[in-house]
Design a protein around this ligand. Sequence first.
Ligand code: NAD
Length: 247
Amino acid sequence: MSDHLIPQVLAGKVAAVTGGVRGIGARCVARLAAAGARVAIVDRAPDEGMPSHDHLARCDVAEEAAVVAAFAGIAEALGPIDILVNGAGLTVRAPALDMRAADFTHVISVNLTGAFLCAREAARQMRGRGGAIVSIASVMGLSGGLFPNVAYQSSKGGLVNLTRALAVEWAPLGIRVNAVAPTYVETDLTRGLLADPVATGRIIDATPMRRLATLEEVADAVLFLVGPGAAMTTGHTLPVDGGFLAV
Ligand SMILES: NC(=O)c1ccc[n+]([C@@H]2O[C@H](COP(=O)([O-])OP(=O)(O)OC[C@H]3O[C@@H](n4cnc5c(N)ncnc54)[C@H](O)[C@@H]3O)[C@@H](O)[C@H]2O)c1
């Protein structure tokens, strides 16, 4: 559906999207804005080509002090946050036998610790008012994966259970916490892998719907989970995977 046809279900809401400069995060920024939210981007990337937004907080999500300052800045600029999308993520691919501890830790600190820190800062603003948090996990958080990517798979598995733990702890605060688990989408993160026709063929063969996901399909799942239609849904990880995990 094109952005101008999206119902204004998020009118009056303030949203923050980490990793919102590029890829899936950028598509979520556009979708949430189309649904009426005012949207802040939290990212460390140069801002070239990023979607239109209401506030930019430049920050590395793995740096606690920077995250605290970034979220305080969003509240000052737009008011307290109602919606958080944890999109910032990266990987370092290597066979597990060759994986350096520093690389493993780096992936965990951005994909898992970073998501926790941003959720904590957002929840401090949601406390007493309610809110919704959605993290971009992955089918790699719910399976051993097709290719060696052990740090990423560990971080996304952690993110799935972080989602459950925060959902339980924050339900009394009126804060819903969910995740989406996309299969492969073509972005800067996956461009190198998907350029290999053998790798892409393996993904297609493992996917009952025999294609990759689109940015819109992931952003639409996020929009559902942060919106009023998911009012009774928390602690859930929603695959957007063409049946990859159903096999
Ligand atoms: N592309 C896929 O196939 C796929 C599939 C499943 C899940 N995901 C997840 O979706 C999310 C977005 O990935 P993408 O494919 O759009 O990647 P991408 O590389 O296109 O975008 C990632 C964004 O996160 C930002 N970012 C990275 N590290 C950061 C940090 N430390 N602090 C702040 N910002 C940081 C980048 O600057 C960039 O804007 C990630 O969490 C990724 O793991 C991607």
